[in-house]
Ligand binder design. Structure first.
Ligand SMILES: C[S@@+](CC[C@H](N)C(=O)[O-])C[C@H]1O[C@@H](n2cnc3c(N)ncnc32)[C@H](O)[C@@H]1O
Length: 241
């Protein structure tokens, strides 16, 4: 066994203070990682991690114009494209699935993208250590839909999570939620509309039926198109209450 595989964790984390906890569902491992992928996770990922304790991203990246977060970035297609297209912003990505993280790391390395931080694990654990009002934009693209009613409680978008998103966001910050599952689209819209801290910015159907100009498609979006499902692009703004 190589040095890399000997010390790779079975579960996402612990990394940057991460710990496994009940409440994170879905896969953390898929196909066996190649030696190169193991090395990316063992050696490259820690160089992009976040500090222990309270995290003030604006203090860490004081040169960055804005702090953008992507939760569940999968293989990183959208995450890396945003980072490459916006070198003045700092992108912070979370993904517990190690094959997705390995793919993202590979693209980050190949493209030489510098303005990124990556954490392998449950975003909620690390984001709870972010100082309030420290994030300018949050992307949540195709979160696991958990279509069976008895699994809805596993969904990321819950009232408590929306409140936590509000805590993280500065006034004027944007939250972009995308899903191809009609019930989750409706449920997420309802949850954000129920929270007085957010306004839904759509003014016409086109605003939520059409991807924004700076959107980059993802693996799950391509799957949705192939299977003839229609995504909804829901954008919310944190307002001063
Ligand atoms: C359906 S996939 C979509 C991936 C990607 N956004 C895309 O569009 O291709 C949902 C992703 O969210 C990740 N995920 C689930 N719960 C998470 C959490 N609490 N924190 C961070 N990522 C999470 C999963 O591991 C999975 O990769």
């Amino acid at each position: 066994m190589s040095k890399a595989s000997a010390s790779l964790p079975d579960k996402p984390g612990p990394q940057s203070g991460q710990r496994a906890r009940p409440g994170l569902y879905g896969r953390s491992k898929g196909k066996t990682l190649s030696p190169k992928q193991k090395s990316l996770i063992q050696d490259f990922l820690p160089t992009l991690g976040l500090p222990e304790g309270e995290i003030d991203p604006r203090a860490i990246w004081s040169d960055a114009d804005q702090i953008w977060v992507e939760i569940g970035m999968g293989g990183g297609e959208h995450f890396v494209a945003q980072a490459a297209a916006n070198p003045d912003q700092q992108l912070i990505g979370f993904e517990p699935f190690q094959n997705g993280m390995a793919k993202t790391l590979n693209t980050v390395e190949r493209r030489g993208v510098r303005n990124v931080s990556l954490t392998m694990g449950d975003a909620r654990l690390t984001l709870s250590r972010f100082v309030a009002g420290s994030v300018d934009r949050i992307f949540i693209l195709y979160p696991d839909p958990w279509p069976k009613r008895r699994h809805w409680k596993r969904r990321l978008i819950q009232p408590g999570f929306v409140q936590e998103v509000s805590r993280l966001c500065r006034v004027g910050a944007e939250v972009r939620f995308v899903s191809d599952i009609a019930h989750y689209q409706q449920a997420a819209l309802w949850q954000f509309l129920q929270n007085p801290d957010f306004v839904w910015t759509a003014e016409s159907c086109a605003d939520w039926q059409t991807a924004p100009n700076d959107h980059t498609t993802t693996k799950y979006e391509q799957k949705a198109f192939r299977e003839k499902r229609t995504p909804a692009y829901l954008h919310f703004e944190k307002r001063a209450v």
